[in-house]
Design a protein around this ligand. Structure first.
Ligand code: B3K
Ligand code: ZN
Length: 881
């Protein structure tokens, strides 16, 4: 494990490297414990760098075996090699030189899953952000682009398959049962995009013909016997390739595109040039093992990594502060892809729910940072919801402000101007300013300033003057190390909804403030006057969630009810109903503190039934509307002194009330949604299943609910229905013998499939109530569980900490303590995973005082541990600060 130097990296300290490495030739002689890596680097001094400037290469835990320049071994006085650095004190002065560096690495003992490691007998790599330096000494920074040629040598029996980036140029036999392959990638790339895979894998092959008629060989490599499970991923890949041609005019640029699925991976996937490496969870799927949510994730992640080929690989980041340049933009692209492949409004609602549940708490807590951070101690801790999801929202706002045509012209210019370069956010914004003639300097604050802006809105109508007035105010709350904030440019899409449900025409506001259905909030306070309005409209604002803000609209309840049924913007319709539910749950939770059973307005409860049965709405939309705001969502809205038990109780009562009052309608709808045909993962079929499973969750509360859920489980013909029923049983009726039976049946059937068993772990870990902690503890002893595999850890420990409000936040603090010890157990092997997990404690300050103190103790337990990795220390110290 790396030692913590406490060093902080600052954006303002950026300067180009003194040397460049235009060519990188690597040879790997693969061995589980002793892989010899020979790097032959063509090095040149950058223009302007003084002669005899030392060449300093990055390393991480490396052991130098050999070093030569231009064929001559260096004398010990000519260099200093530590595990972290290789310094050549005075490199050759004239022209370029060939530096040969040999290092020895041990893939099978590399448990951090960064650099070169082994997973189920397969050699693979993960280099982003700074993993390449665990393989060889290098200028391991994204602005050093190099052309790679890679020779892989391995024992053929151990690794018949040898893959790297680019195109395969040569293969051949070597003595002693060894063989080799040579790969060449003609596109200059930063070291973080380097990859190799070697092992014995099965594969699915296909091909894609690009718009200009070039044939690309596609391959998805998986464990033998699982080839069939790669079909959906392959289909998603081909659809992504086509979409990027149609929507962005971007063609694929190599003759080969390979994807490899591995079972030990710290995140979702990695966009290495021409050789994407995936967590197998995001590749393998069929109806028996994957849920509709898994299918949707596979589609989105396959697309995301593929889209990186242009946004990330062809144009990369100058430095890691610019991470959102590739991530935010690529998330935006994959969101739009999924919206086009599925239902746009449903996709948007799902995105906003994710943003609110993942990014808002980050932005509103101790780990808040700008979309483009200015400092970091450990870059791996900045692959955050803010960089990714809020980063995507910022790109979406650029499109809202410019309009679709100028946005596309801007993207075209971006590709034209910066192809082959390592760019910055300033470069990105500039192309949009250039094509549109707009000044985006105030808008740029979205990249520079942390925190979720608050926007408050009130309206008034003057019948005599036929005027509707909207008053809007913005404020940006202080965040760690940024006390004073500047005013932002916030684009708010809106409509004035008339009594017929149609948007009303208006006269008045100046074109700078209101343009194409968008109010541009740029000052602290705007008063927008709409003239020639015959009747008081209902204001629908932040349509489509055009700006990632916390919005509070002073609005009559009737208006919200009206918008929930009639707004022409489907997102806003969902939002109106969701706000009604959230408000009711907050007020019930407040009253609940007095020990009484909360009551909910009849109209709200009836509306649930009306939405459920509204045949003009998509099934998936209805499912999303009926799903009550989560406990964490309610907690976030309440903001302080949170008692998760009270929130849980209010939410239970509301669910029961909705189920009881709408029983007949929900039952008959549930019955009508049963389907006997062939399984299809398409969005419409998934929507039907989602609605039926949401209804089951309500009906399971009523008498006969256990039997109904058990029958749903027993008759399920796909994993979506099976897992949904198992969750309903486990969460609503944990002690029923039907539940115990279903959990056993599931385990017996799927115990040899670890990805499926992850669902079984998660369902149990998220069962509400204090008793779940003991269950989770017991499950850590389950034969199929190991703290060594990231997917297992996330399925059990991660789910417990992030998706079980009542058990994790037990008032006695036992949930926190268990969690802190688990984090400490994981950290020595895999600091990145431990650090990511630990962020689950970030909202500790908003808890009620008793739990707050217990959560703090757990954080202190972690921080007092000697020799913590920089990854975990960084998270824990910022969380406690
Ligand atoms: N770029 C990778 C993430 C790398 C994370 C490094 N800690 C996957 C992605 O965003 O596409
Ligand atoms: Zn990405």
């Amino acid at each position: 494990m790396r030692t913590d130097t406490g060093q902080v990296f600052r954006l303002e300290d950026y300067r180009p490297s003194d040397y460049l490495i235009p060519k990188t030739d690597l040879t790997f002689r693969l061995h589980p414990e002793a892989t010899v890596v020979t790097a032959e680097l063509t090095v040149v001094r950058r223009e302007g760098t003084q002669a005899r400037t030392p060449l300093i290469l990055d390393g991480d835990g490396l052991v130098l075996q050999r070093i030569e320049i231009d064929g001559v071994a260096l004398a010990v006085s000519e260099y200093v090699a530590t595990p972290e650095q290789l310094t050549i004190s005075s490199p050759p002065v004239a022209g370029e030189f060939r530096l040969v560096v040999e290092t020895l690495v041990s893939p099978s003992t590399n448990s951090a899953l960064m650099g070169l490691y082994r997973t189920s007998g397969v050699y693979c790599t993960q280099c982003e952000a700074e993993g390449f330096r665990r393989i060889t000494y290098f200028l391991d920074r994204p602005d050093v682009l190099s052309i790679y040629t890679v020779r892989l040598e391995a024992l053929k029996s151990e690794a018949p398959l040898l893959l790297s980036n680019g195109n395969r140029e040569e293969t051949g036999k070597l003595k002693g049962g060894w063989h080799y392959a040579i790969w060449h990638d003609p596109f200059p790339k930063p070291s973080y995009l380097f990859a190799l895979v070697a092992g014995d894998l099965g594969f699915m092959a296909d091909e894609f013909v690009t718009a200009s008629g070039r044939k690309v060989d596609l391959g998805i490599y998986v464990e033998h016997g699982k080839e069939r499970l790669a079909g959906y991923a392959m289909d998603a890949l081909k659809r992504s390739m086509k979409w990027d041609e149609e929507v962005y005019g971007r063609e694929y640029d190599l003759d080969i595109f390979n994807i490899v699925a591995v079972s030990d991976f710290n995140m979702g996937a990695m966009e290495n040039k021409g050789l994407n490496i995936f967590n197998d969870k995001y590749v393998l799927a069929d109806e028996n093992t994957a849920t509709d949510a898994d299918f949707a994730n596979i589609e989105a992640i396959i697309a995301h990594e593929y889209f990186h080929n242009w946004t990330g690989n062809r144009i990369t980041c100058r430095d890691w502060f610019q991470l959102c340049l590739k991530e935010g933009l690529t998330v935006f692209r994959d969101h739009e892809f999924s919206a086009d492949q599925r239902s746009r409004p449903v996709k948007r609602i799902a995105e906003v729910r994710t943003l609110r549940s993942h990014q808002f708490p980050e932005d509103q807590g101790p780990l808040a940072h700008p979309v483009r951070p200015r400092r970091y101690r450990e870059i791996n801790n900045f692959y955050t919801a803010t960089v990714y999801e809020k980063g995507s929202e910022v790109v979406r706002m650029i499109r809202t402000i410019l309009g679709a045509d100028d946005f596309r012209r801007g993207m075209d210019l971006y590709f034209e101007r910066h192809d082959g370069e390592a760019a910055t956010i300033e470069d990105f914004l500039k192309v949009f300013e250039d094509v549109s003639g707009r000044d985006l300097s105030q808008f740029a604050l979205w990249y520079h300033q942390a925190g979720t802006p608050n926007v408050t809105v009130s309206t008034s109508y003057n019948a005599a003057a036929r005027e509707f007035v909207v008053e809007i105010e913005q404020s940006v709350p202080a965040t760690p190390s940024e006390a004073r904030k500047r005013l932002m440019h916030i684009p708010l899409a809106f409509g004035l909804v008339g009594r017929d449900g149609k948007d009303m025409a208006y006269e008045g506001p100046d074109g700078a403030t209101v343009e194409n259905g968008v109010i541009h909030l740029k000052k602290r306070r705007h008063v927008v006057r709409f003239g020639n309005i015959a009747q008081r409209p209902a204001l629908s604002i932040n349509r489509g969630f055009s700006a990632p803000v916390t919005l509070s609209v002073e609005q009559r309840k009737e208006d919200r009810f009206f918008l929930a049924r009639h707004d022409s913007d489907a997102f806003s319709r969902w939002q109106a109903y969701n706000t009604l539910l959230t408000d009711a749950l907050i007020s019930a939770s407040r009253k609940g503190l007095g020990g009484k059973t909360p009551e909910f307005p009849e109209k709200l409860v009836e509306l649930a039934g009306a939405i459920a049965g509204d045949e003009t709405l998509e099934h998936a939309f209805r499912a999303l509307a009926l799903a009550l705001p989560g406990e964490a969502d309610i907690a976030r809205e309440i903001g302080k002194n949170i008692d998760p038990d009270v929130i849980f109780a209010s939410r239970q009562v509301l669910a029961e009330t909705i189920a009881r009052s709408n029983e007949d309608a929900l039952r008959s709808l549930y019955g009508s949604l049963a389907f006997k045909g062939r399984f299809s993962p398409d969005a419409a079929s998934a929507g039907r299943r989602a609605l039926r499973n949401t209804l089951l969750d309500y009906l399971a509360i009523l008498p006969g609910g256990v039997a109904l859920a058990h029958a749903h489980f027993a008759k399920a013909t796909n994993m979506t229905d099976r897992a949904a029923a198992l969750a309903v049983l486990t969460h609503r009726h944990p002690r029923a013998h039907e539940t115990i039976d279903a959990l056993k049946t599931f385990e017996r059937r799927f115990r040899s499939d670890q990805l499926v068993m992850d669902k079984w772990l998660t369902i149990q870990a998220t069962a509400p109530g204090a008793a779940t902690l003991d269950k989770v503890r017991a499950l850590t002893e389950y034969a199929g569980f190991t703290m060594h595999n990231p997917n297992r850890v996330r399925a059990l420990i991660g789910a417990f900490a992030t998706a079980n409000q009542t058990a994790f936040n037990r008032p006695d603090g036992a949930g926190y303590e268990f969690f802190a010890r688990a984090v400490l157990e994981i950290e020595p092997r895999n600091p990145q995973l431990a650090a990511r997990l630990a962020t689950a404690l970030r909202s500790w300050r908003s808890l009620e005082p008793g739990r707050r103190e217990k959560a703090r103790e757990a954080l202190l337990l972690i921080s007092r541990q000697d020799g913590l990795s920089p990854d975990l220390r960084d998270i824990v110290e910022r969380t406690l600060a």
